[in-house]
Structure formats: C-alpha cells, structure tokens
Ligand binder design. Sequence first.
Ligand SMILES: *Cc1c(COP(=O)(O)O)cnc(C)c1O
Length: 217
Amino acid sequence: MEIVENLIKIRENIPENVSLIAVSKTKPTNLIELAYGQGQRDFGENKVQELVEKQDSLPKDINWHMIGHLQRNKVKYIATFVHLIHSVDSYRLLLEINKQGFKNNRIINVLVQIDISKDNTKFGFTYTEFNELIKLNKFKDLKNINLKGMMGMASFSSDLSIIEREFNELNNYYSEHKINLNLNILSMGMSGDYELAIKCNSNMIRLGSTIFGTRIK
Ligand SMILES: *Cc1c(COP(=O)(O)O)cnc(C)c1O
C-alpha cells in the first residue's frame, strides 16, 4: 500500500530530531490504521468533531494533534485527550484551554500559532500581539497549560524565497524566546515546504497529502 511506502520514504529523509505528524483530516480510519500499523502514533486533525470521532474509534495510544482553528466553545470536547494543540491564536482561547485543563485535571500542551504569512486567510498572533502577551507575563498564572512552542504556516506561494523568509523569521523569533519561555517545539512545514522548514530549524512537520494522497475536499 502506498501510504506505508510514503511513510517509510519520508522517515528516511528527515532528521531524527524532527517529529512527523500525519495529518489525517478528511481521511477514513482504515487509512489511519495503515499508518498506525507502520508505527505512526502522532496524527493531526483540523476539525473538532472529526477529531473526536476518530479518537473514539481508534487505538488509545495515538497522540492526537489539533492543528486547525479552534473555537472556544469546542475546547471542552477535546480537552480530555488532546496531546498538543498547535493552533492557539488568542489569549481568550488560551484561558479557555486552561479552564478545561483544570476541570479535567490535565495540563494541556499547546503551541501558539504565529501568523507568518502574507495571506489574509490564516489565523494566529502577529509578532507584535504575542510580544505584548510576553511583556505582560500572561502565561504565569495558567497552571493547566504547558506552552511548548510555536507553529506557523507559510504563504501559499510557489516562490520558495518568500516561504524561506517567513520560516527564518519565525525561527529567529522562536530562538529569541526559547529559553525564557522554556520552549522546545517549532512546528513548521507541510507537504509542499517541509524540507525547507527543516532547513530553517523546524523540529515538527505536519504532512497530509504526502502521506495519504491528495484530498478531494
Ligand atoms: C492540512 C494541514 C496540513 C497538511 O497539509 P498537506 O499540504 O496536505 O501536507 C498541515 N498543517 C495544517 C495546519 C493543515 O491544516
């Protein structure tokens, strides 16, 4: 089966320190099971309902990553099991995740999404907005959150120099704050740009179509 071959090939080509998140959105559970059979344990989804349904019907040792825009009123559905939320894009969302973490007696791992692209379609904090949170020390009271790093999506562009600039900017920003915020995850890179992202210091890549084939929806 192609998925198995794809996974093997990707793993051969990425450094050992880079975590591979298999983005299974829109893909049926039997395809996820194929990847699981190949030892893949980290999967990413971008819709809460789909994530909950898949978590329910698949092996419990899967690490589920929420990578899509998350509405505050839906945090409660994933708070009991989610492994890492990549897409925290507002302080109010952070507060809600903290609250649900407390309710479930969990410390929830999160990344802040930084809006590094010039597309207006993407979510995330601007550098200026996130600087403000750091300055006000907004994280110190959120005991049920573990801020582990940053996530960014580059512009949708065929010009690799644009993408490279955006990745480098985020890497510089991440490196600047890594020590004081105690971060160790830089989540950058999708099917079209993950090799470049790794060159720019990414240590977590989120691959969908390269593993599972192109999506119809
Ligand atoms: C869909 C998606 C991916 C994977 O995209 P591919 O191009 O299929 O690899 C990665 N990250 C996020 C946030 C996504 O929504």
